[in-house]
Design a protein around this ligand. Structure first.
Ligand code: PLP
Length: 421
């Protein structure tokens, strides 16, 4: 083949997110027979939520002119103005934030929002200076890993591990170890955290915001699972935003990943910069997710959807998965489950595992169970990589029977591994 540019080499050298999405595509889109899909982060099909999308599609079809516009007219590159007005008013009502449409920009999913934001805030700067993105709680979202267009782009920091029970633990930001240098481009966290299901406390967020502000960089909070929507959070938290915080939302985990709708709430300068990048790369955004959701924001119905259906659904799934783990795993094994405070995943740590998580992944795949091996989440930290090589992420979003069977096989395989078989 022709020679690849350095840019292409960065994006084509193989990545965890590609493995994950290939597994997901094979198991779900192609209906891979007999595979227990505890791998990727596809949201569940929740009947009441699906019914809402179908109702909204019928309404759009019946409205005629609006449907035609949605299908046949480009939105402005920044996103649909009525959607931005509806979201700004919704956030003002919900939290009293001083946001207007100028603070809101749309991208093709949260994934592309991060590509633009990371490369806006970090990488190479004038006069040979470089800036990096600090990830204060690694293991962190696998999808960030290959997005930085520069070497040494992320600085990851391993959190403290608090042992909260015989088989339970929770990550805490280790503030003593955060080195905030002059090269700080941004601090970034997902909250809830993918993969661990950790939810950073309000105090941790306030502290991180203060550190970022002091260093002259923004705090990026990835709200893909957060409040107020999709609201897959099982603890009580107070969402925060100010003009030093870049808050990203997505419609994916609400149940609309196919519409590819990412939302950025930030200072208008950030929105303008991302809009320029998005126009050059993608011209305009998909219209459908915004058209479906706009009236739900205007009426506040989106909150009912979250409170009555989305959150209880995942809370129940998380509780079931934890119960099956306690039931199928041998109590004598040195396994630990991270506190399940939100998102769609359980994060399991097998201390002293005699093989790597990548090998465990391969053995499980052979037995028809897909998970995600932990090392892919260890971004920018050798220490986190050692720890995460003893961890796996499993999704509990699929049907109960699939999740239970998958956990039973996992427990059996892990017992064999520890026993040296
Ligand atoms: C933490 C986090 N951020 C961002 C994304 C990107 O999602 P999307 O591009 O579908 O909005 C995901 C998807 O799984 C995620 O888990």
């Amino acid at each position: 083949m022709f020679e690849k540019s350095l840019f292409a080499q960065r994006l084509t050298g193989g990545s965890g997110i590609e493995t994950l999405m290939e597994d997901l595509g094979h198991a779900m889109a192609e209906g891979g027979a007999g595979i227990r899909m505890l791998g990727g982060g596809n949201p569940a099909l929740i009947p009441e939520v699906s019914a809402c999308w179908r109702r909204r599609m019928r309404e759009l079809l019946d409205e005629g002119a609006r449907f035609d516009r949605m299908m046949a007219v480009y939105d402005p590159p920044k996103g649909n103005h009525r959607f931005a007005l509806a979201l700004a008013a919704f956030l003002q009502r919900a939290y009293g934030w001083d946001v207007g449409a100028e603070h809101i920009g749309i991208t093709a999913g949260g994934q592309s929002a991060f590509f633009y934001l990371f490369n806006l805030l970090a990488g190479e700067f004038a006069r040979g200076r470089r800036r990096r993105v600090l990830l204060p709680v690694v293991p962190e979202y696998i999808g960030y890993a290959n997005q930085g267009l520069g070497a040494d782009f992320f600085l990851g920091v391993m959190p403290e591990i608090e042992h909260t029970g015989p088989h339970a633990f929770k990550y805490r930001v280790d503030f003593a170890r955060l080195k905030i240098g002059a090269d700080l481009g941004a601090i970034c966290v997902s909250r809830p955290t993918n993969p661990s299901g950790n939810v950073l406390t309000d105090a941790e967020i306030v502290h991180l915001d203060a550190l970022a502000r002091e260093a002259g960089g923004p705090l990026l909070i990835d709200n893909a699972y957060g409040e107020p929507f999709p609201g897959i959070v099982f603890t009580k938290i107070r969402p925060v935003w100010n003009e030093n915080i870049i808050l990203t939302f997505s419609l994916s985990k609400l149940g609309l990943p196919g519409t590819r709708t990412g939302i950025i709430v930030a200072h208008p300068d950030v929105i303008r910069a991302v809009t320029s990048m998005n126009t050059i790369v993608g011209l305009a955004n998909g219209t459908i997710g915004q058209a479906i959701v706009t009236p739900l924001l205007e009426s506040g119905e989106i909150l009912e959807l979250v409170r009555a259906h989305v959150r209880p659904f995942y809370e129940r799934k998380a509780a079931n998965a934890r119960r099956w783990i306690a039931q199928y795993f041998d109590d004598a094994l040195d396994y630990h489950v991270h506190a399940s405070e939100g998102a769609l995943f359980l994060w399991l740590w097998f201390r002293g595992l005699p093989i790597s998580a990548a090998e465990l992944y391969a053995r499980l795949k052979f037995r028809g169970v897909l998970v995600v091996p932990g090392h892919f989440f260890a971004i920018g930290s050798a220490e986190a990589e050692r720890h995460a090589s003893e961890c796996i992420r499993l999704s509990f979003a699929m049907d109960d029977a699939v999740v239970e069977e998958g956990i039973a096989i996992l427990a059996d395989e892990v017992a064999r591994v520890y026993a040296g078989r």
